[in-house]
Design a protein around this ligand. Structure first.
Ligand code: F6R
Length: 604
């Protein structure tokens, strides 16, 4: 939530900050603003999306070689211009991502010292606090201020009297980009890819003091910390729209490649995760339970993971929503493997859940897309998905890449634990390798079709998504996609549970999207559910492999190439993502920036 970017160098910071904010807009788009140092600190802010800020900059251009920018997802205070960042206190301006939990206390302290806040934000207090402590050395003022702050804060700071940019990290993400005669800070690597692929990943409790040629990192006690430079293999082209109308459509189109890249180098004759995980046979054989924890779309990937770990590797597994898990104090025994899944690697509840698992001395593995993110760094082991930057707020290619890792990992455990024989392993691996092409084919088959039917299906206000077994999480994910980008109410349900309540909703105004399992046993049960809906005049949309494309009573059938039931999640999600996309696009919504949402949920 909230995106931060900062620049120090010889160029005019303004275009860089604006481009950076555009790349960070997925983190929040309630308001935005920039400050640069000219003779004094110049600030321009606007409520709403970054285009509004750009409009204002046209009318009143500003310049400077040092600057900070912010795009906001509102927590404290309405999303208006006064509450927009940067916040300034005399010589100091700051941008902040996070929440200050002891804001009242700090406000009282500052009030006694003559400071009054103008906005309703907790963030403004940070500016006043740093200004209060400022005595000719910005780093020292920041070091004093951080000791008074509770909560989470990634902060960018500039001061009119110093040619410095300061970055502070505590429980919210912040990275430093290393340039040539210029340096940067940002919430993540995406906005900096046009300028560098060399980064310093700050840990919690660290402050970076940056000028155009030097970067020094200190801990909150003021001791200098030496850090290794990390390079990231993403390119700037990956973070651009490449001719697509929306990032979401581009990212769905990239799903085949995202899965292929995630599998690449991890399957030779067999599944080979040994290199990355460095686990020995004893460690693996001791794992007798897997607990998967995540939020949102990543949680639905975890549900698929739970299913395959149990049904393919025969390892007991549970999947938990991170925001619930972390307050349940679930007892974890020593032979449990704790897996967290996160595209951003920054989701606060997921991070805290992992921190709980670590406090119980349980081995932790993370499945993460953003390299060098907090979750990746905190976990004992990490398996990166190689989906590339995912910019659209609604997650698509990250989801199928998470599935790819979960399948690889399940086959890896099955091989070591010998829960599958060689032939079974070979068959599963061969099918997994065919998935990228089949995803591409699914995209091609359905793109035009969903665009044609969007005007008709956008008239309905309520949808039910129904799936069984391994397709139940896909029903949940399909419904989530529809509601988050097209604002139509959609509920995902286990098809067998329909009779226990949701069937009451069925009439001609509520279509049901049935995921038809490519398995004779489950197929018949699902066909009976379809009859129950159609006899109550409910419209039917079916998703099925081409083998089962004739579904009686279905007004629309979205098809995929044939695959085994166990691999069907990879393919069935594609038409559901396209269906949601086409409806949202037809209704004229800002698909990549759905209202009230932010891509990276770094507050609890
Ligand atoms: C939905 C979506 C969210 C995220 C969730 C977790 O399209 O993107 O539900 O999946 O906020 O985010 P990560 O995976 O970054 O932890």
């Amino acid at each position: 939530m909230c995106g931060i970017v900062g620049y120090i160098g010889k160029k005019n910071a303004v275009p860089l900050l604006i481009e950076g904010l555009k790349a960070l807009e997925y983190r929040g788009y309630d308001s935005s603003g920039i400050s640069v140092i000219d003779k004094k600190i110049e600030t321009i802010k606007a409520s709403g999306k970054i285009v509004n800020l750009i409009d204002k900059l046209f009318k009143r251009p500003i310049n400077g070689n040092i600057g900070i920018g912010h795009t906001r997802w509102a927590t404290h205070g309405e999303p208006n211009e006064i509450n927009a960042h940067p916040h300034q206190s005399r010589e100091v301006a700051i941008v902040h991502n996070g929440i200050i939990e002891n804001a009242k206390e700090i406000e009282a302290f500052l009030a006694k010292n003559g400071y009054k806040r103008k906005s309703q934000t907790d963030s403004e207090l940070i500016a006043h606090l740093i200004n209060y402590f400022y005595n000719g050395n910005l780093l020292n003022a920041c070091l004093k201020a951080v000791h008074m702050l509770n909560g989470s804060f990634a902060v960018g700071v500039i001061c009119r009297r110093e040619k410095k940019l300061i970055g502070i990290k505590y429980k919210s993400p912040l990275i430093v980009g290393i340039g040539n005669g210029e340096n940067f800070i940002a919430s993540d690597v995406a906005p900096l890819l046009p300028y560098t692929n060399r980064f310093l990943f700050l840990e919690d409790g660290e402050i970076a003091e940056i000028d155009e040629d030097n970067i020094r990192i200190f801990d909150f006690r003021g001791s200098e910390v030496k850090k290794d430079i990390s390079t990231v293999d993403w390119t700037k082209e990956q973070a651009e729209k490449g001719g697509y109308k929306h990032f979401m459509l581009k990212e769905i189109a990239e799903e085949g490649d995202a899965v292929r890249n995630t599998l690449l180098g991890r399957i030779d004759d067999n599944i080979s995760l040994e290199e990355e995980l460095k686990w020995n046979g004893k460690f693996i054989n001791n794992i007798n339970k897997v607990v998967l924890v995540a939020c949102g779309t990543s949680y639905y990937a975890a549900l698929v993971g739970r299913y395959i770990l149990q049904n393919v590797a025969h390892i007991p597994a549970t999947a938990e929503v991170a925001s619930e898990f972390r307050y349940e104090n679930i007892l974890l025994d020593r032979n449990t493997l704790f897996i967290v899944i996160s595209q951003s690697g920054e989701t606060a509840d997921t991070l805290e859940s992992m921190s709980y698992a670590k406090s119980q001395n349980i081995p932790t593995l993370s499945i993460v897309n953003v390299q060098g993110s907090s979750i990746a760094r905190m976990s004992d082991y990490v398996l990166y998905t190689h989906a590339g930057p995912e910019i659209s707020v609604a997650s698509t290619k990250a989801f199928v890449s998470q599935l790819a890792i979960l399948y690889l990992f399940t086959l890896f455990l099955s091989r070591t634990k010998r829960t599958l024989n060689n032939q079974q392993l070979k068959d599963y691996t061969e099918e997994l390798l065919k998935i990228p092409d089949k995803i591409n084919e699914t995209f091609e088959i359905n793109l035009q079709k969903v665009q044609n039917i969007a005007p008709y299906y956008s008239q309905f206000k309520n949808y039910l998504y129904l799936g069984r077994g391994i397709l139940y999480p896909i029903a949940l994910e399909g419904a989530l996609k529809l509601k988050e980008i097209s604002y139509l109410h959609a509920e995902g349900y286990a098809a067998g549970e329909m009779k226990h309540g949701p069937i009451a909703l069925i009439d001609k105004t509520t279509p049901s999207v049935f995921l038809i399992p490519p398995s004779p046993l489950l197929l018949n049960k699902t066909l009976s559910n379809i009859k129950e809906v159609s006899s109550r005049k409910g419209e039917i949309i079916a998703v099925a492999t081409d083998k089962y494309e004739k579904i009686e009573d279905a007004g629309l059938v979205l098809t995929t190439p044939s695959t085994d039931l166990i691999f069907s999640p990879f393919l069935y999600i594609v038409p559901l993502q396209l269906f949601a996309y086409s409806i949202a696009n037809y209704l004229g919504y800002d698909v990549d920036h759905p209202r009230n949402l932010a891509k990276s949920v770094t507050v609890e």
